[in-house]
Design a protein around this ligand. Structure first.
Ligand SMILES: CC(C)(COP(=O)(O)OP(=O)(O)OC[C@H]1O[C@@H](n2cnc3c(N)ncnc32)[C@H](O)[C@@H]1OP(=O)(O)O)[C@@H](O)C(=O)NCCC(=O)NCCSC(=O)C[C@](C)(O)C(=O)O
Length: 268
């Protein structure tokens, strides 16, 4: 079990608001919007504990299941149970919930689910499961050939994916994974055609599209990264509200789905 306590300050939230060009609520009253806790209470591994991929290989959860495995964020579930406010301390605890060996189209896969809980003022305010997948170094990720560009519809939110956007998100989440900023490494070592768009960035974009449709406060957010999104493919986000349920997705500019999510107000 890992535990970290710190005072939440407004700077990171202001930076995320600027990164995504979305409104920042009153952080001391309303608290952080859903998923924004991902830029707080971060692991701060020593430089000596980073592996060859730039990700920590010791002292964080999960630790890689073996040398040379390719870490990816696969999906998860977030339940918010109350406001997580800036100006007050909060504590995050983390523990491994399960490890599952599977075989996919890209070869052997190890799924590690990590449970995170954030408490503030004696209350549990965020409860989360993060699914991290480790691919085998020999496994290949296949990306279908791009078709024609599908222009963003009126109800879609196009986001230009540039190295600067990816770098700023890595900085905000203190994530040194080289697949997001080191193109030579991403291509030559991990076999991707370009820089990878972070899973949490796609999930946050979906949660923001849902927030724009009024889904915020105490929510249950389920999401999956279904295919890698590279930096030259753009990012188009859409959220559709039907009653209490918001269904969201990310596609690239050619119409290929890369992430899906469902978000609903908790308790209804
Ligand atoms: C996950 C990949 C490798 C599986 O790809 P695949 O084609 O090999 O798998 P499959 O054949 O579709 O499925 C095999 C089994 O895995 C399961 N499965 C399949 N997908 C998932 C999922 N998402 N969550 C949970 N389970 C999943 C699936 O249900 C099936 O289970 P079964 O045998 O029991 O039926 C593939 O879908 C993929 O590449 N997805 C995109 C991942 C991605 O781009 N993540 C974001 C970038 S990495 C990142 O942000 C990192 C970060 C922030 O820096 C950091 O944490 O360090």
């Amino acid at each position: 079990m890992l535990e970290r306590t710190e005072l939440l300050v407004s700077g990171p939230a202001q930076a995320l608001g600027a990164l995504l060009d979305v409104p920042v609520p009153d952080l001391g009253q309303e608290g952080l919007p859903p998923l924004w806790h991902w830029i707080y209470l971060l692991d701060r591994p020593a430089q000596a504990d980073l592996g060859p991929d730039g990700h920590a290989e010791r002292g964080v959860l999960p630790e890689p299941p073996g040398p040379g495995r390719r870490r990816m964020w696969a999906g998860g579930q977030v339940r918010t149970r109350g406001p997580l406010r800036c100006g007050e301390p909060a504590t995050r605890t983390a523990e491994v919930l399960s490890v599952q060996e599977k075989h996919g189209r890209s070869g052997p896969l190890t799924f590690v689910s990590v449970g995170h809980r954030i408490r503030q003022g004696g209350r549990l305010v965020v409860e989360e499961r993060q699914d991290i997948v480790y691919r085998d170094a020999s496994g290949a990720v296949t990306v279908p050939d791009a078709g024609p560009v599908v222009p963003a519809a009126d109800d879609e939110w196009p986001i230009e994916v540039t190295p600067a956007l990816l770098f700023r998100f890595s900085a905000l989440t203190y994530n040194a994974h080289r697949i997001h900023y080191d193109r030579d490494y991403a291509r030559a070592v991990e076999g991707y055609p370009g820089l990878l768009t972070h899973g949490p960035l796609q999930a946050l974009a979906m949660a923001e599209a849902a927030r724009a449709r009024g889904c915020t406060g105490d929510v249950l957010f389920d999401y999956r990264l279904v295919s890698p999104l590279f930096d030259d493919q753009g990012m188009v986000v859409r959220a559709v509200a039907e009653g209490n349920l918001v269904t969201a997705g990310v596609r690239d500019r050619y119409g290929r789905r890369t992430a899906t999510a469902e978000m609903r107000r908790a308790g209804s």
